[in-house]
Ligand binder design. Structure first.
Ligand code: RIB
Length: 308
């Protein structure tokens, strides 16, 4: 089994199902508030662990009740938290999430302790047997860069999920440490210096992303599945049909599954299919971490898919 280090964010999600996502200035009466464990990094760590990988999480919570609950959630899922710090100088990260009846969401994050993650959180030596290092962009860039550099130096596969979209195109020092870059279409446009809503074909995005440096690129296409490419090889996978309840965390399930499959030695096409099915299954359950699928669920979904 591969060992995966996830260096990233961890949040307490405050989730309200609402008849619609409010427009600016509008108040909407929603349903009951749910407290759900989330954060892109922690979601991906839980995804990896449920899919069978030995998983270590590097990040920070506040020294508060949310922080204790978030760490307990990782431990319940079998994630190693020995490198997860309780920071007495900031509250735990919180995300306020509104979900509409179609399962679409709007998310605002108060980063709290996540913003204080720094290069010093990354140990001089990663755990023995680390096969992949997985980062996102919900923590500080020096932290992300240090984790990716440590992964490269340890001979691990380095993966950057460029979510949420960066405020500006990423600079070379970070991308030079990345073996596999993954993002959705909006994030891809921002990475390429385009307007987030500019109309672009998948192929245009793929060709442009290929110039950024990472050897392997994976575009998350939501309800259209995923597209992956590396030198001379381009594969597309369409998702299975599912009943969508909540898309929160679907991208994290996708990325965690991709990391697991590639570290197990699956080829690019099979890894992409594994990731697309994991992401689709995550849409069928309310909340981020509760929706991360098990290995058996993903394998069952793949077995039932006539395209797989
Ligand atoms: O990707 C979903 C996650 O984004 C949520 O769990 C929320 O915490 C935000 O980080």
């Amino acid at each position: 089994m591969p060992s995966i280090v996830v260096a990233g964010s961890i949040n307490q999600d405050l989730v309200i199902r609402s008849p619609r996502i409010p427009v600016p200035g509008e108040s909407v009466i929603g349903r009951d508030l749910s407290y759900v464990r989330g954060g892109k990094g922690a979601n991906q760590a839980v995804a990896c662990a449920r899919l069978g990988a030995t998983t270590h999480f590097i990040g920070r919570v506040g020294a508060d009740p949310f922080g204790e609950s978030l760490i307990a959630g990782l431990i319940e899922n079998g994630v190693d938290t020995s490198m997860t710090r309780r920071d007495p100088h900031a509250p735990s990260g919180v995300a306020v999430i509104t979900i509409d009846p179609s399962g679409e969401n709007a998310i605002v994050v108060a980063p709290g302790a996540n913003a204080r993650c720094d290069a010093c959180d990354i140990p001089a030596a990663l755990p023995a047997g680390t096969g992949a290092v997985l980062c996102q962009l919900e923590t500080s860039l020096p932290f992300v860069e240090a984790a990716l550099r440590a992964g490269r130096q340890a001979g691990a596969l380095t993966i950057l999920d460029a979510a949420p979209a960066p405020s500006a195109p990423l600079s070379d020092p970070i991308l030079s440490w990345v073996d596999l870059l993954t993002c959705n279409e909006t994030e891809a446009r921002v990475l390429l210096g385009m307007a987030p809503d500019e109309h672009t074909s998948d192929e245009t995005l793929a060709d442009a992303l290929a110039t950024l440096g990472p050897a392997t690129l994976v575009l998350k296409l939501g309800e259209r599945g995923g597209l992956a490419w590396r030198a001379g090889e381009r594969v597309r996978v369409v998702p299975p049909r599912v009943h969508v309840v909540d898309t929160t965390g679907a991208g994290d399930a996708f990325t965690g599954a991709l990391a697991v499959a590639l570290s197990e030695g699956l080829d690019l096409a099979d890894s992409l299919a594994f990731a697309v099915h994991a992401g689709s299954l995550a849409c069928t359950v309310l909340g981020a971490q509760p929706s991360m699928p098990s290995r058996a669920q993903v394998e069952q979904s793949l077995a039932a898919d006539p395209h797989a």
